[in-house]
Structures are given as C-alpha cells and as structure tokens.
Design a protein around this ligand. Structure first.
Ligand code: C5P
Length: 215
C-alpha cells in the first residue's frame, strides 16, 4: 500500500508543527527539506517524531564517499526514517552511504535520479545504479515512474509532483500525476506539498486524496 508524505516546506517550525498537528491522525510521514533543516537542524526532526510521525529527511546528499557516509550516519542519529542522496555523487559514494544504512538499520536511502530537465533514459540508468549500489529506492518523476517500476520492481519509488484533480496548479512541477495515477503506475510513496499546504482545509484535502487513490 502506497503512503503519502506531506512536504513541510515552511519558513518556521511553528507553522510546520501546526500542519503536523492537523494531519497526524491521517498521515504517518512528513518530509523535512533543506529549508527547515538548515534553520532548525535535528530539532525539526524531533518535532515531527514527538507527534508520533516519521520523517523523510530530504538532504539530497552529494559529496565524496567518506562524507556521504558520515552524513548518512548523522541522519541516522536524528531518528529519521529516510533520506536522499544524489545518484550522480558516484557509485562509491552510494555504496559508502548504503553500507552505513545497513549497519545502523536506518535511514532508508532513496537516490535522486535526474533533474526534471533530463531525459527518461537517464532515469533508467540512475535506477540501475541505485539498485546495484544497495539503495532502498529512488525519487522519480511521474513521467518515468511506470518504466522504472516495471524494470526495477524491488526499488521503492518515491514520486513528487503529485496534483489531485481538484488542484489545478502545476506550480513549478513540470510533470505531474494525480494521486491515483501515481498509485496505478507503482508509486510506493507520494510526496505532496502545496496541494495540502495551500488548502483551506488540509485535513479534508488529505482525506480526499486518500479516498481518490484508494489509500
Ligand atoms: O507538491 P509540491 O510541488 O509542493 O512538492 C514539492 C516537494 O517535492 C518539495 O519538497 C521538493 O523538494 C520535492 N521534490 C520535487 N522534485 C523532485 C524531488 C523532490 O519537487 N525531483
């Protein structure tokens, strides 16, 4: 069963906590990205965990292998459920990161495949690299999801750019899927930010998304 991850892309921790409080009865996963983490650090992760939810700490790590490994070790100390590394960092960096994840048991490591400006062929190569280097999954665009999941069924697919039919804006997302399309194409985790955050009633929006997607 796919899970929804609500992106907490806020300036302030109090705004983020406000949304977590509203949604925690319906959602188990929240994403903390660079905006909150650079400002508040591990306190942002603790805030979500205090509410009984899990954290996708979207660090988009990209560095030399030893530093990637240490960054994953630090992410593990925060108690985060998952984090991200750029697949372009190098196979050695991916293997070093996944070795830390395997020895500490957490966090799951999802590889960032390609920027939305690149082609689908690059996504397939990136997914293949992710699998061979021991990552848990990949962050993949809606356009490439079906092909990646069919070719690599054992890789978890984390999909941003989700837009419910009732939300007409694409914002800055180039390739969007509805929640039910994403589930049909094999998404394991749906990352949804603005359609929930900008809603007048985020809880109702989450309930509608879950119902539409059969979650
Ligand atoms: O739903 P919304 O467009 O607001 O979600 C944006 C979130 O998805 C951001 O937190 C962003 O980091 C994340 N994301 C993305 N595209 C990617 C990877 C992650 O938009 N390729």
């Amino acid at each position: 069963m796919a899970e929804i991850i609500c992106a907490l892309d806020f300036e302030n921790l109090s705004e983020a906590e406000n949304l977590v409080e509203k949604l925690k009865g319906e959602l188990k996963f929240f994403k903390i990205g660079l905006q909150l983490f650079i400002r508040y650090g591990p306190e942002a992760v603790r805030m979500v965990r205090r509410h009984g939810a899990e954290v996708f700490l979207d660090l988009k790590i990209h560095d030399i292998p030893s530093i990637c490994a240490k960054a994953v070790a630090s992410a593990a100390e925060t108690g985060s459920f998952s984090t991200t590394i750029h697949i372009a960092a190098s196979p050695e960096a991916l293997r070093a990161a996944s070795a830390v994840r395997k020895s500490s048991g957490q966090p799951k490591i999802w590889g960032v495949t390609v920027l939305s400006s690149a082609g689908a062929g690059d996504s397939m190569q990136a997914a293949s690299d992710a699998l061979s280097c021991g990552l848990d999954g990949v962050v993949v665009s809606g356009a490439d999801l079906k092909r990646v999941k069919e070719s690599f069924p054992n890789l978890e697919c984390v999909v941003p750019g989700i837009r419910p039919a009732s939300y007409s804006l694409k914002d800055d997302q180039k390739r969007v899927l509805t929640p039910s399309e994403a589930v049909c194409c094999g998404a394991d985790y749906l990352v949804i930010g603005r359609p929930i955050r900008n809603s007048e009633n985020p809880l109702e929006t989450v309930k509608e998304i879950k119902k539409d997607a059969g979650l």
